[in-house]
Design a protein around this ligand. Structure first.
Ligand SMILES: [Fe+2]
Length: 323
């Protein structure tokens, strides 16, 4: 790991158990002890408008105010979706300009993005949306591009920047032998930039099912000393693929992966249970059960700290009253 990597790794506090911000959940849910920190996707607080050949991304003050009031002083981390850090023709500068404003209004502990791309330059010279985030080929060119941009982001925001391993549905993209695969690509980018990893274990599980490999062996090859955050989530079958749909409870094999992986990540700051807003009301009490189980794993691995950890026995009763 580079010198700046060690510096930013040391800047990752032990936060504990996190949940994304959902406007549909009551503030009481975030404030009654089951959640140590909130992961917020800033784009959901924004309005998008065309601005020439680009798109302007502006924070809506009322939505920002509502989110801050809901989170009520809990530590916040940012999980962006619009940067498209791997696009060959350039990233989404409008996202970073929005994040500049966001950081001034609501400082975050760390922030993250997906290792992939979702835009390209069309034949008309304008930026086009792919429609779904795509993984990068494991090549030196891709590693250099993302490492350079990640280093710029570290300098710009001064807090740890994490890249998330994606789920992918097309196997065997063109690769350079010294990079090898998606794990080699992540390792190389982290080494060259000082950024850290957001390890999404459900994405590892998806890829293992869809492409037929052992997820535990894959975890063993990852740069676990640079993992600062872990995602767990649920998914579902569609068209013969297990999709990273974020539409349900965490599958049992993902819990097993978490129990295996967490003790091997000495710098991890938190675990986040991901889901989509559309499924919040259907999951109901299931959200609390997933958060409670994640906390048990967190505590059993000796991961101290965490706002809720000291009053774990009060959590179940308090949160049940909020739902
Ligand atoms: Fe994720």
């Amino acid at each position: 790991m580079s010198g700046s990597g060690a510096k930013f790794k040391a800047a990752v506090p032990r936060l504990g158990i996190g949940l994304p911000y959902f406007a549909s959940l009551p503030a009481e849910f975030y404030q009654c002890g089951a959640i140590d920190f909130v992961e917020i996707t800033p784009e959901i607080l924004c309005r998008q408008r065309p601005a020439g050949n680009a798109t302007e991304l502006k924070i809506v003050p009322q939505q920002m105010e509502r989110a801050r009031s809901t989170c009520a002083g809990l530590p916040v981390v940012v999980h962006g979706v619009e940067l498209s850090i791997g696009s060959a023709h350039g990233w989404n500068e409008a996202y970073l300009e929005m994040l500049d404003t966001f950081q001034k209004m609501w400082p975050f502990v760390w922030h993250s993005e997906h290792l992939g791309f979702q835009t390209f330059r069309g034949s008309d010279g304008c930026t086009q949306e792919v429609g779904v985030p795509l993984p990068l080929p494991p090549t030196n060119e891709a590693a250099d591009l993302v490492a350079r941009r990640s280093a710029t982001i570290l300098e710009r925001y001064g807090v740890p920047f994490l890249l998330e391993n994606p789920a992918y549905y097309l196997p065997d993209p063109p690769s350079d032998p010294e990079i090898g695969d998606d794990i080699g690509l992540m390792r190389k980018i982290l080494e060259r930039s000082g950024s850290l990893q957001l390890l999404d274990l459900h994405n590892v599980y998806c890829n293992a099912i869809n492409h037929g490999f052992d997820p535990f062996a894959a975890v063993d090859r990852m740069p676990l000393d640079a993992v600062a955050e872990i995602h767990i989530a649920g998914g579902s079958w569609d068209g013969g693929f297990w999709m990273d749909a974020h539409d349900g409870r965490v599958p049992e094999p993902v819990w097993e992966l978490l129990e295996y992986t967490l003790p091997r990540c000495p710098s991890v700051g938190g675990i986040v249970f991901e889901m989509l807003d559309d499924h919040v009301s259907r999951l109901g009490d299931g959200i609390l059960q997933e958060l409670t189980r994640a906390r048990k794993v967190w505590m059993s691995c000796g991961q101290g700290g965490g706002y809720g950890a000291t009053r774990f026995s009060d959590v179940t009763r308090a949160v049940s009253a909020c739902l």
